[in-house]
Design a protein around this ligand. Structure first.
Ligand code: SF4
Length: 569
């Protein structure tokens, strides 16, 4: 049976800053078993380092509540003198690699010897022997022992810090940002070194890092920390491949190491540190509701190895279609434009529906938006079955932007009339409110929204400008799902790039989900979180965008990518 080595239970850490009390950690619990490696990830200021320092008993200026139990011993009730028996010998920390962590006036040898003198009963000779052993363990040449910290490179200093932490053979190693500010080769060396040390010595590790590839390589389980709360916990590989909390997904989407093709967008930064009694993440959450401002979500199991702190049980599904089919008659035979199409789009997600022209993408979009009736199948929007255009005819519903901005908007309309029309048809808001909504939408799409701008006739606008008006016309309805059907295919490359950046920026800021329909594969690769590949009316492949673009499985997808990306598949 696995043995519990470290148990952190309802840990709360507060700092006293002048007259203010700042809560850095607000009830964190997790268990680390012998030989296990756990990662803690989160934005700066989430409380990662405070947790590490509190386990080491190094937060002398903070109030610590809850329990830190190491091997059955209540660490946070011990006096500093008693703690010294365990520090370095049982639990050691590899501090973040900064020049000031090492003493500038002592040689590296003197600094490692000092740790051994202080925490072991070794003789002078044994200490010298151990220092050499440690240097060989971290692959450093002995000649560097007589150097000073400033004479070493960042990677070498990190190795020295690891050697110091290992000096007394600890069972638990806490590693704070092991590779930050290291070049790519030194990073690789440090990761490999830590992996081999962990394996050889069966050391348990708590790795704190904002670099997801480091966490991916070094840990088996991960805790996702936000403003002192754990918002998600799970097995590292599963959690990174399939995050279930909006915050975790945002962290993953911000990592350029993981998103090698996609444009990077950080989590929308609306943030007020005082979250009151509600969910700490609600101001930045794309699926927040009123309940979230009042109810603090508890970290609870949503599957065997996954816990999420969210009142809605994690990222919700906005759109789900089940077995949509539509056939047309041609020369007496039935041709399926869309056959058993099942897709789902989650809150805040961009799902790309790709495939060659005529594969059934637009038919699917028309059925979802209610412009075309399917022969069979069903559509669910926010968990409720919808029929016809009902989701299009409401605020916070579904909106669609078409390929051709010229036919989508009446050229005789003024800009104001074109954007306001859906509000008028559905009788939403007073005249004054509608005008304010139109102005806001125009501002969002970076079009003039003064009286002169509102009076411009649409037929005097360029294709790119008209497409911006189409986007504004959709945004004015504050959609939860936007269907973008080949919206850049009629635009020149520069306008296309600008429109795409604008739309993705708006999606990131406002948090709507997007079904992005395109035959332009490089474009899909830049924007999609998830991909559906369509051929002859059927979905032939689906999954995480990175996985599909890296390793397509279906022959048809392989053929498409081979043509487009000159991929050898
Ligand atoms: S849905 Fe609500 S509870 Fe869940 S993460 Fe968003 S704001 Fe928090």
């Amino acid at each position: 049976m696995k043995k519990e080595l470290l148990k952190v239970k309802d840990l709360k850490i507060s700092y006293f800053l002048d007259s203010e009390v700042k809560e850095a950690v607000k009830g964190v619990s997790f268990t680390l078993y012998e030989g296990e490696t756990i990662g803690i990830i989160g934005e700066s200021g989430s409380g990662k380092t405070s947790i590490a320092m509190s386990i080491m008993g190094l937060l002398t200026n903070a109030k610590i509540e809850g329990k830190i139990i190491y091997d059955g011993i209540k660490f946070n009730t011990l006096r500093q003198k008693e703690l010294n028996r365990y520090r370095w010998n049982e639990v050691a920390i590899v501090f973040q690699n900064r020049l000031d962590v090492l003493n500038p006036v002592l040689t590296i040898r003197e600094q490692i010897e000092e740790v051994l003198k202080k925490h072991t009963m070794k003789s002078k000779g044994d200490i010298k022997k151990r220092v050499k052993e440690l240097f060989s363990m971290v692959n450093l040449e002995e000649k560097w022992l007589s150097s000073y910290a400033h004479e070493l490179s960042g990677g070498m200093r990190q190795k020295v810090l690891i050697a110091m932490a290992l000096s007394c053979n600890p069972k638990l190693l806490i590693i704070d940002e092991p590779t930050s500010s290291l070049d790519v080769l030194s990073k690789r060396e440090i990761i490999n070194l830590l992996k081999s040390i962990q394996k050889k010595n069966n050391i348990s590790m708590l790795v704190i890092s904002h670099e997801l590839p480091v966490i991916q390589e070094l840990t088996t389980k991960v805790e996702v920390l936000y403003l002192g709360h754990i918002l998600e916990e799970g097995l590292t590989r599963d959690l990174i491949n399939n995050p279930m909390h909006v915050y975790t997904r945002g962290l993953i989407n911000s990592s350029c190491d993981i998103n090698v093709y996609k444009e990077l967008w950080g989590i929308s930064p609306k943030i007020n540190l005082k979250s009151g009694n509600g969910c700490p993440f609600y101001q930045r959450c794309v699926q927040a509701s009123k309940e979230c401002t009042q109810k603090l979500p508890r970290l609870s199991y949503i599957s065997i190895e996954r816990k999420v702190a969210c009142n809605k049980g994690g990222i919700v599904t906005i759109l789900e279609t089940k077995d949509l089919s539509k056939a047309f008659k041609s020369h007496g035979s039935k041709i399926y434009a869309c056959k058993n199409v099942s897709i789902n789009v989650k809150a805040g997600e961009v799902a790309a529906l790709i495939g060659a022209s005529g594969s059934g993408k637009t038919t699917t979009a028309k059925i979802i938006s209610g412009f075309l009736k399917s022969d069979s199948g069903s559509i669910y929007f926010e968990g409720k079955e919808i029929h016809g255009c009902e989701a299009m005819r409401k605020i916070h519903g579904i909106q669609i932007i078409f390929q051709d901005p010229f036919s989508a908007i009446n050229g005789d309309f003024t800009v104001e009339k074109a954007v306001k029309e859906p509000l008028e048809i559905l009788n939403i808001g007073s005249e004054e409110e509608r005008k304010a909504m139109v102005k806001k939408a125009l501002q969002d799409v970076q079009m003039p929204f003064d009286n002169e701008g509102l009076d411009i006739r649409c037929n005097t606008l360029s294709g790119g400008e008209r497409q911006r008006i189409s986007i504004a016309r959709s945004l004015v309805m504050k959609p939860k799902l936007l269907i973008a059907d080949e919206i850049t295919s009629m635009l020149d490359p520069s306008t296309k790039a600008n429109i795409l950046r604008l739309l993705k920026g708006l999606q990131n800021e406002k948090g709507f989900s997007m079904l992005f329909i395109t035959h332009d594969l490089p474009l899909a690769r830049k924007i999609a979180d998830k991909v559906y590949v369509m051929n002859r009316g059927s979905i032939v492949e689906e999954g995480n965008a990175l996985e599909i673009f890296n390793k397509p499985k279906c022959q048809y997808t392989k053929k498409l990518f081979k043509e487009c990306f000159h991929m050898t598949v």
